[in-house]
Design a protein around this ligand. Structure first.
Ligand SMILES: *[C@@H]1O[C@H](CO)[C@@H](O)[C@H](O)[C@H]1NC(C)=O
Ligand SMILES: *[C@@H]1O[C@H](CO)[C@@H](O)[C@H](O)[C@H]1NC(C)=O
Ligand SMILES: *[C@@H]1O[C@H](CO)[C@@H](O)[C@H](O)[C@H]1NC(C)=O
Ligand SMILES: *[C@@H]1O[C@H](CO)[C@@H](O)[C@H](O)[C@H]1NC(C)=O
Ligand SMILES: *[C@@H]1O[C@H](CO)[C@@H](O)[C@H](O)[C@H]1NC(C)=O
Ligand SMILES: *[C@@H]1O[C@H](CO)[C@@H](O)[C@H](O)[C@H]1NC(C)=O
Length: 778
């Protein structure tokens, strides 16, 4: 590339000298080749018509000489493949421009309507063909591709079509059309265009049938009717004109912009105006079944749940199902499909059936599941359910819109796909692709295995293992196994080594001798609410959860009065051990990663596992760290098993609420939002690297939630992370998410899904209100 530019500069110097002496008239019989004389220059030396490099060959068009970026102004036959180096461009004796290959194959570049006798690359950037009277019979300005230059107009009935990318000038996916009704409109470049596909319009329709969009030397961009009346000014102009090149282009991202470049200063291109600041505005950026979200003002494409990118590095290729669609018939009452949702997304409306009496989202899901024609449904808050077929188009996330897209996916679709695309990478790397594929494959395998296991254990026959603990091999099993009390006594060497005391009981270290696996055995000490059957049901639910951020339950024991649970062993203790001990420093990035992983674990419990699990006791002591310091949530599902010990809970939360949401105090119904609250406190602890309550600190800092809000209000967040270099934007984001989570009113707290999106930076975070709770309850 650099070499080409240098070559251009060198040659342009030579040709400029030549051109300034003579006429820049190209006469019949002249020819160009990519390697020797490759262009005809304008007299100014600024513009050239001829060969320019495209991918590994050459294209023919008008380009700026010596300016490294936005060089190409116009391209002939933009969708033809690049030519090889051995071609010749001839201005034939009969006045046509034709391209001849070494084998003698011809293709037409320009075939003017009349007999051309000369051609010229004008100083305006217009390449023209003259007849013998010196009238212009053909000009490149009349056939713009994606750009108009200063002094050029886009005439009624003509459109600009974006290119594929900066470096590939072939036809892209957006257009800017100067319509004959007087309106200037941006659409996706698709067949069967409809009015509602427009994503930008000047609103000048009905103002005459011959309106043009023109750009003047001073940067004035405006719409003009044929009697010279200004209909609309997109820019006011009045900028200096000396040594400035200006162009207006519909960029590959679908937004059209006015650029200027100062020739003298040889600086960069400046954007003087653009049709939108919202990069998700152009419709169709993300292809079919994909939707656009903005991350730090840049567009990013995601797939519908249950879908994967068709081509990793090509957004517009869209997304395809990650499962094979089976016949939709319901067999033996077993549905093959489930509905997954993508909230706050809007799509093109192409409903085949609109149901307006539908009241809840669940009704809408059910309606779609029952209808074999329905592949997706768009649910709007007022109770409207629009059944659609795939593909869905023009999707984008609009946080202020409560519409939810409900997608019918195969039951066996690895849900893990939902999470993988959230990896924040604009240009997905091979590594991530491989990881996602292996995760997806792993998820699929796990699902299949657990499916088989669940089927096999249908009746959950509580078969006792033989007393010979040598037979106890757990590591390969996916469902929790049952143990006798004496099995566990042996494994723990008589409950010798205590690992810790949790809210539900004491934990001991154990070892399964033949499998050489270390385990943690938890002896439940509190009275159980229900009988054996409920215990087993709950254990089954817990045992079926599989997520990398949840501690695996390997087995259980229900032997007389004894209730014990066997978990995988976590070598790094709990998050509390690591976070609050100064000698085990966790750096900022590590802490943020831990927060995300905890959120993923909770999200799984709330929304993605077979039956919803509210943890009820999220705190650093219940978050265990594996050997790679990846957090895993433990003790989930137990809250339901054990009698709520009212007095105990209340004393624990008197004075400061700690990790408990205020609704616990008020005896209100506890929902998933209680976990969101607890997560918020843990998040703030992770961010600030301290305990939520620490009376060793000055009084105003002692209670973290108050202190955090205080600093937030005063715009002094750096006080929260004293002595640490952290990314300011990330810090802002983390603290704001934390403050949203700890709002007093449960319904105002975000869902765990939204929390995760906010943590990932996928969605914008509104300014959190004051979490008034600490003012009223203390
Ligand atoms: C095109 O140009 C080449 C090189 O100047 C010449 O050999 C060839 O005859 C020309 N062809 C026509 C049709 O003018
Ligand atoms: C141009 O616009 C003016 C003002 O709206 C109008 O009077 C005039 O008729 C228009 N010209 C044409 C050709 O429509
Ligand atoms: C439309 O207007 C342009 C000037 O703005 C003029 O050159 C052209 O001839 C007009 N076309 C028609 C069909 O009136
Ligand atoms: C547009 O700009 C022109 C030239 O600056 C001015 O005369 C005209 O009044 C402006 N029209 C509108 C609608 O702003
Ligand atoms: C617009 O272009 C001029 C050059 O003519 C430049 O000096 C100016 O900063 C630009 N304005 C904006 C808002 O970029
Ligand atoms: C991206 O995908 C679209 C749709 O499949 C296709 O038309 C386009 O050529 C692709 N672009 C690239 C650069 O491969």
């Amino acid at each position: 590339m650099m070499a080409t530019i240098l070559l251009f500069l060198l040659l342009s110097a030579i040709f400029t000298a030549e051109a300034q002496q003579g006429e820049s008239i190209v006469s019949l019989g002249s020819s160009l080749t990519p390697t020797t004389r490759f262009s005809w220059l304008s007299r100014s030396g600024l513009y050239a018509f001829g060969f320019y490099q495209q991918s590994n060959g050459y294209a023919i068009g008008v380009f700026l000489v010596g300016i490294p970026e936005k060089t190409v102004i116009w391209t002939a036959n933009r969708d033809n493949p690049p030519t090889l180096a051995d071609v010749t461009l001839n201005f034939t004796g009969d006045g046509r421009l034709i391209l001849q290959s070494a084998q003698g194959k011809e293709s037409t570049i320009v075939n003017p309507p009349g007999r051309a006798t000369s051609a010229s690359m004008l100083n305006s950037g217009n390449f023209v063909l003259y007849n013998s009277n010196k009238d212009i019979i053909w000009q490149s300005f009349n056939y713009p591709t994606n750009t108009i230059l200063q002094g050029q107009c886009l005439l009624a009935g003509v459109r600009l079509v974006s290119s594929v990318s900066e470096s590939d000038q072939s036809t892209g996916i957006f257009q800017l059309s100067m319509q004959k009704d007087g309106n200037l409109v941006q659409y996706p470049y698709i067949p069967e265009l409809k009015v509602e596909h427009a994503y930008w319009a000047s609103g000048t329709d009905g103002q005459g049938n011959n309106v043009s969009l023109c750009l003047d030397d001073d940067g004035h961009l405006y719409l003009l009717n044929s009697t010279g009346k200004y209909l609309s000014n997109l820019t006011q102009g009045g900028y200096p004109t000396n040594d400035i090149v200006r162009l207006m282009r519909i960029d590959a991202d679908g937004i059209f912009r006015l650029y200027s470049h100062n020739l003298e200063k040889n600086g960069n291109w400046l954007v003087n105006w653009s049709s939108s600041d919202d990069k998700c505005n152009p419709k169709g950026l993300c292809g079919l079944n994909g939707f656009c979200t903005t991350v730090d003002r840049e567009a990013e494409c995601k797939c519908l749940p249950g879908f994967v990118r068709v081509h990793q590095d090509n957004w517009s290729s869209g997304c395809e199902r990650s499962f094979t669609a089976e016949s939709c018939q319901i067999k033996n009452g077993n549905m093959k499909y489930i509905m997954l949702e993508e909230s706050n997304t809007v799509w093109e409306d192409s409903a085949f059936s609109i149901m307006q009496q539908i009241l809840t989202k669940e009704d809408c899901e059910a309606a779609c599941l029952e209808d074999c024609n329905c592949e997706a449904a768009l649910y709007k808050d007022g109770g409207e359910c629009r059944k659609q077929r795939l593909p869905l188009r023009f999707g984008r996330r609009v946080l202020t819109d409560s519409s939810v897209a409900l997608i019918k996916v195969g039951k066996s679709t690895p849900i893990i796909n939902n999470i993988v695309p959230m990896v924040r990478e604009r240009k997905p790397q091979k590594g991530i692709l491989i990881i996602s594929i292996s995760l997806a494959a792993f998820g699929l395998i796990m699902l299949v295995i657990s499916g088989i296991a669940i089927y096999r254990n249908r009746v959950w026959n509580y078969k006792r293992l033989s007393n010979n603990s040598g037979n106890v091999g757990l590591s390969m099993d996916v469902s929790p196994r049952s143990f006798t009390y004496s099995d566990l006594e042996k494994m723990t060497d008589g409950f010798k080594e205590e690992l810790g005391k949790g809210s539900f009981g004491t934990v001991y270290k154990g070892i399964i001798s033949n499998a050489q696996q270390i385990v943690a055995v938890k002896r439940l000490e509190k009275p159980l609410t229900e009988g054996e059957r409920e215990f087993q049901t709950e254990i089954k639910v817990i045992g079926r959860t599989h997520h990398k951020n949840l501690v695996r339950l390997l087995g259980c024991c229900h032997d007389g009065e004894n209730r014990l649970l066997v978990y995988e062993y976590m070598s790094n203790g709990s998050l509390a051990d690591i976070l609050f001990k100064p000698e085990k420093q966790l750096c900022w990035n590590e802490r943020i990663e831990i927060a995300r992983n905890i959120a993923k674990g909770i999200l799984y419990l709330h929304e993605e596992c077979e039956s919803q699990i509210i943890h009820c006791d999220i705190k650093p002591q219940n978050i265990l760290m594996d050997e790679y310091r990846c957090p895993k949530i433990s003790d989930f599902g137990l809250a339901k098993l054990l009698k709520p010990d009212q007095t105990n809970t209340k004393t624990a939360i008197r004075g400061t609420k700690g990790y408990f949401a205020p609704e616990w105090l008020r005896n209100q119904r506890v929902t998933t939002k209680a976990d969101v609250y607890s997560f918020g406190i843990v998040l703030l602890e992770l961010v600030c690297h301290r305990k939520s309550v620490d009376w060793d600190l000055p009084e105003e800092e002692a209670i973290l939630e108050e202190w955090a809000y205080c600093c937030f209000e005063a715009h002094e967040l750096s006080k929260l992370v004293t002595g640490e270099e952290v990314d300011q934007r990330q810090l802002d984001r983390m603290v704001m998410v934390g403050l949203w989570c700890i709002l007093d009113e449960p319904s105002l707290r975000p869902s765990m899904k939204k929390v995760l999106l906010m943590l990932e930076g996928t969605v914008d975070i509104p300014i959190p209100p004051s979490p008034t709770s600490f003012l009223s309850t203390i």
